[in-house]
Design a protein around this ligand. Sequence first.
Ligand SMILES: [Zn+2]
Length: 256
Amino acid sequence: MKHNIVTFVTLTALVLSSVIFWETGFVEFVLIGIGVIYLACTAYGSSKIEANYFINSIHIGKSKGVALTFDDGPDPKTTPAILAVLKKFDVTATFFVIGKKAELYPDLLRQMDAEGHTIANHSYSHSYGIGFFSTKRLSDDIARCNEVIAAILGKTPILFRPPFGVTNPRYAAALKKNGMISVGWSLRSLDTQAKNKYQVIEKVISNIKRRDIVLLHDHLPVTADALEDIIEHCRNKRVLLEPLSKVINKDPYVKI
Ligand SMILES: [Zn+2]
């Protein structure tokens, strides 16, 4: 974790600067400057899961294939359309589901599983305040999502994606306690910001490369609309779409 190194370097710099600049008139400015840099590093690290600042996440595959991943579902309006496209092209994907939505739409999880897709954990609450949860509350939230999935499918996920891609030191302890692995992404489709499907298609097909983990969202109509064109492009370019667990070479569920 880079956070521990940055904290150590910052504390060392504070001590050394205090000694070196103590008798000068600008010691306060030096110490405040170090503090500001530290806070900037922390803010950047918590907002960029790719930085592996607080926790180590998997961001890129090991095999040549590309994994499609969908967050924030299941959604009764859009997930069925996405499942239909995946079935049409015989592509399997991974769904990082929100526990409280999975509880409402268990049949969608059963359909995902029956059609060969992987179900992973995206927290139970997906709360906007999850970044401020205590370690215990965060761990319980993650565990509750696993319990919902296990009650529906009889399988417990190992793969977890932090909501909003935001991390902090408490995630490390919460994931360790739940025996889970954090998975980020290497290619954001930016579907949450897209005004039409063409923006999603363009963002994905102009950037996609081997070993990518693509971040999409199955609760968005624009993603459902874009998916067929994205898969067709991959087929034409001979980009192999494979399950995430194969691309990163990790078991998706706890072995019974
Ligand atoms: Zn999310």
